[in-house]
Design a protein around this ligand. Structure first.
Ligand SMILES: N[C@@H](CCC(=O)N[C@@H](CS)C(=O)NCC(=O)O)C(=O)O
Length: 201
């Protein structure tokens, strides 16, 4: 059986959502990162970075949330899998894009507006991240003005990967209303029952 290390309440959400979409049987193994459970010799033997999520599927070990989902989409062909090489290129493109152009800025914004103690927050860093975020999100909004989904004409792993990172906009209270196509698409993605299983409540 597939084993997924990590909890659905951090970056693990992305991969739990994917497993639920695929209807796969899996064992979720939460790790208390604060208590050092991702730094034990046993866990480091599976993922030497000491990070979750980490997926073990028989002899195959995959870390990096986007890679886990792209692997699962290929391993279990179905509606979430890109249907052509061009669609696979789109799924890869948007997955790399969201990690390199968006995730870090969201984290910087969230840390410096909400998560750090007030005295440690850097308003300039938050403003800089916000500017970068709006530039990137305008690119996504433009794409979603022309197409309903990111790879092909239905919801796929490309949408799931990007929407799961953008779910942080809600967590950090980022106003994205100036990107209406993105808002419509993100609301639709996050309303899916497999995502709601972890987001609701
Ligand atoms: N780029 C990695 C980042 C993984 C990562 O940093 N995970 C955090 C949890 S959200 C973690 O494992 N933190 C605990 C630790 O580093 O010990 C991914 O997307 O999977």
């Amino acid at each position: 059986m597939i084993r997924l290390y990590g909890s659905p309440h951090n970056r693990g959400f992305r991969t739990y959502w994917m497993l639920e979409e695929l209807g796969l049987e899996y064992e979720g193994i939460p790790k208390d990162t604060q208590a050092g459970e991702t730094r034990t010799p046993e866990f480091l033997a599976i993922n030497p970075n000491g990070h979750v999520p980490t997926l073990v599927d028989g002899d195959v070990v995959v870390w990096e949330s986007m890679a886990i989902n792209l692997y699962l989409a290929e391993r279990h062909p179905g509606p979430l899998s890109p249907a052509s090489l061009a669609q696979k290129a789109d799924a890869l493109k948007w997955s790399f894009w969201v990690m390199s152009e968006v995730e870090g800025h969201l984290l910087t914004y969230g840390m410096n507006t909400s998560f750090l103690p007030e005295a440690e927050r850097d308003a300039a860093a938050a403003d800089g991240a916000l500017d970068q975020l709006h530039v990137a999100l305008e690119v996504l909004d433009g794409a979603l003005a022309r197409q309903k989904f990111l790879a092909g004409d239905a919801f796929t792993v490309a949408d799931l990967n990007v929407a799961s990172v953008l779910s942080w906009t809600r967590m950090v209270g980022l106003d994205i209303s100036s990107h209406p196509n993105l808002v419509r698409w993100l609301d639709g993605c996050l309303a899916r029952p497999a995502a709601q299983k972890f987001l609701a409540g």
